[in-house]
Design a protein around this ligand. Structure first.
Ligand code: SF4
Length: 327
């Protein structure tokens, strides 16, 4: 289905299913992201470049049909919307297939050159969407355009680092004053991971700044979320909050390979996107596209079990920090 006109005609027949599923430990519907009280429990980011390759749509369908039926969301990352020639077919397949019709596709975009037509398609097909913040002139009009299509869960993804701290604060202020962000769902802060040769930033490790960030959000009613990698810092930053216990219930520390899985464009599994090429003994990861059975060959593979067990033991000991990176 490469014809966008054909897709638009079919979209007129899309109806949101009345599905109640469980994502992590929360209930949600395919039209929603996994927020509770405005706090996000998991999100990944990945630094995309214009150089690289895509997962073919045939491989995507093959993998989709091997995943367990308990899968409720698939999160896609793309820069420019024309970065993958079969993007619409892939998103459409999540919604209309005979294997697991309860999957909500979510997507992160860069917001550049977003047309009304594409905003409409995204709003129709995706349960939630995030625009990475590449500056107010690109990000804010994109948010306005998609929320204008009636989509409710439209968020902004903002890298949190020492260097971007002021941008994070400004973004929160803008969310309360800039009319283009009037219908914004939440600002989701993604803690910088010290990885990649292009990265010149450092993770935010100043607790006072964390407190400043959280306090500003609470004081000004800014809806915020964090990736699960941020959870120990966020929890420390609100330790003296009168509703700490309630807020903490909606914070899920790292759950890679426990509630979520990362599969790269070549169809290989690693616990999270940042683990790719970093985890000792994992090589290129586990081959999902060519596995016989996802549960036995991937989910209960010896390496996955060891990673999961180590993570669970660490968390039982009260250490919620990333098991892989010093963040
Ligand atoms: S392993 Fe580390 S980087 Fe990956 S999701 Fe967990 S906390 Fe984040």
């Amino acid at each position: 289905m490469k014809d966008i006109g054909e897709l638009i005609v079919k979209l007129k027949r899309v109806k949101r299913r009345d599905y109640k599923g469980t994502v992590y430990n929360f209930h949600c519907t395919p039209d929603e992201n996994y927020f509770l009280n405005g706090i996000l429990v998991h999100n990944c980011y990945k630094s995309n470049t214009s150089v690289g390759h895509n997962m073919p749509v045939e491989t995507f369908k093959c993998i989709f049909n091997k995943l367990p039926h308990t899968v409720g969301q698939i999160a896609f990352g793309i820069g420019d919307l024309d970065g993958h020639p079969d993007l619409w077919e892939i998103l459409w397949y999540c919604r209309e297939n005979d294997y697991n019709p309860n999957v909500a596709p979510n997507i992160t975009i860069n917001g550049a050159r977003l047309t009304d037509r594409d905003a409409g398609l995204l709003a129709e097909l995706c349960g939630a969407l995030a625009v990475s913040n590449y500056g107010p002139d690109i990000c804010y009009p994109a948010v306005e355009k998609i929320t204008g299509q009636g989509m409710k869960q439209v968020n902004i993804h903002q890298i949190l680092s020492e260097e971007s701290f002021d941008t994070c604060m400004q973004l929160m202020k803008d969310s309360k004053t800039d009319p283009r962000l009037e219908k914004l769902g939440a600002i989701v802060f993604l803690l910088l991971k010290p990885k990649g040769s292009r990265n010149k930033m450092t993770p935010l490790r100043d607790l006072e700044k964390w407190k400043q960030l959280s306090q500003y959000a609470f004081d000004n009613g800014v809806s915020i979320g964090f990736d699960s990698c941020s959870s120990p810092w966020f929890l420390d930053s609100i330790a003296s909050h009168p509703n700490f216990e309630t807020i903490a219930m909606s914070v899920e520390p790292c759950e890679s390979a426990c509630f979520s899985a990362y599969i790269n464009v070549d169809g290989f599994f690693v616990p999270c996107s940042f683990c790719e090429g970093t985890l000792k003994d994992w090589g290129t990861g586990l081959d999902v596209a060519n596995c016989n059975d996802f549960i036995t060959d991937i989910w209960y593979h010896e390496r996955t079990k060891l990673f999961r067990q180590a993570l669970i033991e660490k968390k039982k000991g009260g250490d919620f920090h990333c098991p892989v990176f010093n963040i």
